[in-house]
Write a protein that binds this ligand. Sequence first.
Ligand SMILES: Nc1ncnc2c1ncn2[C@@H]1O[C@H](COP(=O)(O)OP(=O)(O)O)[C@@H](O)[C@H]1O
Ligand SMILES: [Mg+2]
Length: 382
Amino acid sequence: MVLKMVSYKEALAAGNTYFSNAKRLERTEPEKAAMIYLKANRELVKASTLARTFDEANFAMNKAEEAKTRAKKLTKKETMHNGESNNSALEMLLEEYIPNTTFSDVAGMDDLKHTLEVSVIQPIIYRDLYPLYAKGSIDGFLLFGPPGCGKTYFAKALAGELKKQLEKNGEELHIYKISAAEILNSLVGESEKMVKKLFDEAKKHKPSLIIIDEADSLLKTRNDKTDYASRIVNQFLSCYDDVRGEEIYIILTSNFPWELDPAVVRRGRIGNHIYVSLPDKSAREKLFEHFLHELNVSKINYKQLAEISEGYTPAEIESICRAAGLYKFHKSIKSGKKEPITQKDIEREIAEKKPMSEMWFEIAEKKMPKHYNNWYNIFTGE
Ligand SMILES: Nc1ncnc2c1ncn2[C@@H]1O[C@H](COP(=O)(O)OP(=O)(O)O)[C@@H](O)[C@H]1O
Ligand SMILES: [Mg+2]
């Protein structure tokens, strides 16, 4: 299966379209406009992450901010107008997530797929059998590791895979995927309510799966027990404990697992910690194949590319392939010939880009708390 790669331009165009549609509806249907602005915000934030230059990123980010500000203003107006908080913008963020990928869209990472198959999928598929062999209910899962290694991508593919496998048993899985930033940013002061709603929704539609992406920004270690951030963590814990043992499964992803509140990631709650590592040589080979598949390439030695790309994340490999492709695209326009992407093009891009995750490892080594099971074995080889 070929992955549809969304480019900066596509995400920006989608964001702009939502933006102008929302603007048109501001006066006549403010509530709807607010929702569409949030969609615009989502696309524009995505565009900013796909941008290839600082200016592009800045442009998309500024527009994303404007969309958010407008959405907030409209929601406030609506709230004042109705006297009571209107929850439709919240509801929009809680739309059920329909995954469009499964494990077959994930290049390489076979060990990780296997780990997830046995530790996440099987206990859920065989949840009648599971309690005969393991005490307690199924803990939540945390996917952690350096940025760009596919945690979000994997969480989505895992959701798709689980949904597909449950469907074979005639069961329907409902999935709620939300990024922590969305909960925090969408509506000021509504985050606790949002967490509660997320669980309520999941409870109404069991079996269900909740994915909280970049969870560290939402579930930070509590310092002052009364501040706003702590109240969100408390809300999460009470919601989580409330649904324990029910058919509600949770996956968190985080680049900064050491920032998560220890009460969240302890055994009995989000107690399964799965490290999403940098791709090994064979995974890198598959990733290059994956990202160049069906493009106009000539004589690519994938083994050799894997050899010289140690330390690069899948996201970086993706951007190397994209850069090489665009280089030849522009050359072809100039020359009027369909010039293929060559080994040299890719090698040049690799030489120009330095892998970025080293910094992450430096911090992780200092900050990773002991309670992350397996971390020390995996990372330090001890
Ligand atoms: N195993 C993989 N196979 C194919 N593409 C991948 C894989 N891992 C990551 N990617 C690509 O890299 C991008 C970044 O991954 P992402 O899940 O956002 O990383 P993280 O959440 O760990 O920061 C994804 O959008 C996806 O296109
Ligand atoms: Mg991510």
